[in-house]
Design a protein around this ligand. Structure first.
Ligand SMILES: [Zn+2]
Length: 368
């Protein structure tokens, strides 16, 4: 840990500072990564990713899935011949242009709670499915969390491990960019060092705490050799997705129904050509989003927009030959820390629904 501390002390604000380069190199070596191609093919395969937190933990109904409901999700996948991959398999297939079977999902779990180990993992084993567990390293071994021995045992039982930060803090709450970069990088290095000490390697998969991120965090992860980073807004991963803001459908509390799981597992992506703003941090409230979408596969006549699940928005549409430009703004002030603008449309072949969402973060509102 002393090496990590030395790197942390010399963390600069500027990327061109040699200390930054050295620290990035240390982090990249910790990752022990193969070279990865940044180019993506122009295919339209999709992978639906889900995120779970707690399992059968009635004390926290808003972040838990009832154990029998989780069994229902897995039984649906099994009865309908879904292909269940880890996030690592999904990223490998996209980056290396491998075939993606038509019904492919990725099951992920954030935070490393013991309720996953006790209630979720045995069900995954029963169905023979893998999953990716994103661990916030600093919490492991404390109170409601798994300990490192359990993390290692879970790994042996088919669970892939990803980095979910060390401290699980709200990095976007640090207003100054260079301070935020220093805090994010130091936290990343601390986490990767802890993973290396505890597992013998450092993961190359990341999931942002609270699904909150910015351009800087994406760039730090790319520089450090990570292969992907998962966010937490709803949507569908596809060949042309930004692999450093992977959408995941949340399966907690009221969203964790069997009906919702079935609908989401069949969802198709809406592909974005351009988006203004790119950033998820809210500058105005309510924020305005202007987004240009590929309309080859969607029936724009039935395109709908939602604000936090309600049709409470003003929408303007302009259709071009191979795109549709949509301007969306909520009718009302957005009260929460995180809010979603969602666009849905039927697919042109009328065989399903397509989905896109953008998460907004209001850093002036603290976590509930
Ligand atoms: Zn988390």
């Amino acid at each position: 840990m002393s090496g990590a501390y030395n790197e942390m002390k010399c963390m600069p604000a500027c990327k061109h500072n040699p200390c930054y380069g050295l620290a990035v190199l240390v982090l990249a070596i910790l990752l022990i990564l193969p070279a990865l191609s940044p180019t993506l093919p122009q295919k339209h395969d999709r992978i639906v990713c889900f995120v779970y937190h707690r399992f059968g933990d009635d004390r926290y109904p808003s972040t838990s899935v009832p154990t029998e409901m989780f069994r229902g999700h897995l039984a649906y996948l099994s009865q309908n011949n879904f292909n269940v991959w880890t996030m690592g398999q999904a990223i490998n297939a996209i980056r290396n242009e491998k075939e993606i079977p038509s019904r492919t999902v990725v099951l992920t779990i954030d935070d490393g709670y013991r309720s996953f180990y006790e209630n979720g993992l045995p069900l995954l084993e029963e169905f023979g499915y893998p999953a990716t567990l994103y661990v916030n390293a600093q919490n492991i071994g404390y109170k409601a969390y798994m300990n490192w021995d359990e993390v290692r045992k879970a790994e042996k039982r088919g669970i892939e491990i990803g980095n979910h930060s060390s401290s699980h803090r709200h990095f976007l709450d640090i207003p100054d960019l260079s301070d935020r970069k220093e805090a994010f990088f130091n936290d990343l290095l601390t986490a990767q060092t802890t993973f290396f000490d505890s597992l013998g390697y450092s993961p190359d998969l990341y999931a942002y705490p609270y699904g909150e991120y910015d351009h800087m965090m994406k760039e730090v992860l790319k520089d450090a050799g990570f292969s992907s980073a998962a966010a937490q807004y709803s949507g569908v991963l596809h060949r042309n997705s930004d692999l450093f803001e992977i959408p995941r459908f949340s399966m907690v509390g009221p969203f964790a129904t069997l009906k919702g799981f079935i609908q989401k597992s069949q969802m198709k992506p809406i592909e974005v050509i351009t988006k203004e703003p790119e950033d998820i941090v809210m500058k105005n409230n309510p924020p305005t989003m202007i987004i240009t979408l590929d309309n080859k596969h969607i029936d724009t006549e039935y395109l709908q927009c939602f604000v936090n699940g309600e049709r409470n928005c003003i929408t303007e549409m302009q259709e071009g030959p191979d795109y549709v430009k949509v301007k969306i703004v909520s009718r009302d002030h957005l009260p929460g820390r995180r809010s979603l603008y969602t666009i849905t449309a039927p697919s042109k072949d009328r065989k399903g629904w397509c989905w896109y969402s953008h998460v907004w973060v209001n850093t002036e509102v603290s976590e509930d």
